[in-house]
Ligand binder design. Structure first.
Ligand code: DLL
Length: 436
């Protein structure tokens, strides 16, 4: 049930003590080894020895993705490159990628946090797990790989893509677990249908999905289509990769943060003020055990909140709520803030619609326009007359208006017209960017 009960169920007071001593060591480490942090600490007139309580973390500087880019590739590293055994990088769309390194200890910690996540999802050494997260510089593939090996399960390192082969392996290898992005899990549903394979009849019983926001409706689609329990796993390369937090199936309400390694805070993204538990804001993490590239108060741009209520699973690790979206993915439509996952929620709450959609944002004169393209199930597309399809579109438009607060044009499209994702899905096409 737990991978590491000593830490996963550590009494709260002991966790706080552990976090404080780790934070104190971290402050010393970065102050002595990273020019960037020494400068920031000096600017803020704070010394590592000023950290006397966990609340003193608020005296420390934030770190942003731009700081990592500005210090490309190794200037944020705390350890010597001689001790680094792995390098990953995020594929930023603009500018230089962000580069992260791992010592042997970091890789072990990562495997440990991933082992906790797989165990919480109900998987054990008896399972065969297809790892369809992309292998390479992206942290999904190798992160999951080490966690699966750690729990002693068999890993099938298939990586993302080639859906036909994925379906064949799932079937022939008797896989009992799967991990990939939720949008790829949805794509595989479609690929299986094409192959005449009913995924519900396969032995797959648990899946871990993450690397992008996904709504509860998407979870339901995946669970029903695959006949399995789908759990959420969250993380980001700068902090470690996947395994920063994980869901326990008993609750499916929030993700336990591996807070003996990653100290969470939620801040108001505009004022940088720390928000109390329960309030939605930007997640910030401090890596309190990382060696190669420890980061202080890294601003994730992910929107969530902390849930400090006790969990029925017995873990004392604090929880964060499912990530709603990223501040940089938030669309501002005629002054209304919208996250793509809110639109996904409305779409998938309707039967007959498939989990393949795209949101196209444009400008007509001075006004923003939104068009939502979503696929309809084959049978409806064939049997529904045009008028009925139009009625469905109108109902969806009304529902988006009342639930999300924006006016959008909905267009039901034929099955297989929307691009299928193999990794992180691109849900939004923002044509307004050319006006910027
Ligand atoms: O996506 C690491 C990862 C791999 C997590 C596999 C989970 C599973 P990056 O490529 O650096 O790392 O992207 C990190 O992806 O800041 C979030 O915006 C988003 N993200 C990751 N997991 C979730 C999730 C990996 N469960 C960025 N729900 C993060 C929502 C997620 N968004």
């Amino acid at each position: 049930m737990y991978w590491d009960p000593a830490y996963e169920t550590l009494p709260r007071e002991d966790m706080a003590k552990l976090q404080l001593s780790r934070l104190q060591k971290l402050a010393e480490l970065v102050y002595n080894n990273v020019e960037f942090y020494r400068r920031k600490f000096d600017e803020l007139k704070v010394k590592p020895s000023d950290i006397k309580s966990l609340d003193d973390i608020r005296r420390l500087p934030f770190t942003t993705k731009d700081d990592l880019r500005d210090n490309y590739p190794y200037k944020m590293f705390s350890s010597s490159l001689d001790d680094v055994v792995r390098i990953h990088a995020s594929s930023g769309t603009t500018g230089k990628p962000t580069v992260v390194g791992y010592t042997r200890v970091d890789v072990d910690i990562w495997a440990e946090t991933m082992a906790r996540s797989f165990t919480a999802a109900g998987l054990t050494h008896r399972d065969i797990i297809q790892n369809a997260f992309g292998y390479g510089l992206f942290t999904g593939g190798l992160g999951a790989h080490y966690g699966i090996e750690k729990i002693g399960a068999s890993v099938v390192p298939v990586s993302g893509g080639n859906s036909k082969r994925q379906i064949m392996f799932l079937k022939d290898f008797g896989c009992t677990g799967i991990c990939c992005t939720p949008s790829y899990a949805a794509s595989l549903l479609d690929a299986a249908r094409d192959e005449g394979v009913d995924l519900r009849k396969l032995p797959v019983r648990a899946g871990l999905f993450g690397a992008e926001p996904w709504s509860v409706q998407m979870r339901r689609e995946i669970e029903e289509g695959w006949g399995m329990t789908a759990t959420d796993i969250y993380g980001l390369s700068e902090i470690i990769g996947p395994g920063v937090s994980f869901e326990c199936p008993q609750a499916q309400r929030g993700l336990h943060v591996n807070e003996d390694h990653f100290y969470p805070e939620v801040i108001d993204p505009d004022t940088s003020e720390v928000l109390p538990a329960g309030e939605k804001g930007e997640l910030v993490f401090t890596t309190i055990t990382k060696e190669a590239i420890p980061l202080i108060r890294f601003r994730t741009r992910d929107i969530s909140s902390i849930d400090s209520s006790p969990c029925s699973c017995g873990r004392t690790l604090i929880k964060m709520n499912k990530v709603f979206g990223r501040t940089d993915d938030m669309l501002i439509i005629r002054g209304v803030n919208v996250f793509p996952s809110q639109i996904e929620e409305v779409l998938l709450a309707n039967s007959g619609l498939l989990p393949y959609y795209q949101i196209v944002v444009d400008k007509k004169g001075a006004l923003d326009t939104v068009e939502v393209l979503v696929e309809v199930a084959e049978d409806l597309f064939v049997t529904d007359e045009i008028r009925k399809l139009q009625q469905r579109e109108e109902l969806l438009e009304k529902s988006i208006k009342s639930n999300v607060g924006i006016t959008a044009k909905v267009r039901l499209v034929e099955p297989k017209t929307i691009h299928r994702s193999e990794g992180k899905a691109q849900r939004v096409i923002d044509k307004r960017e050319r006006f910027v």
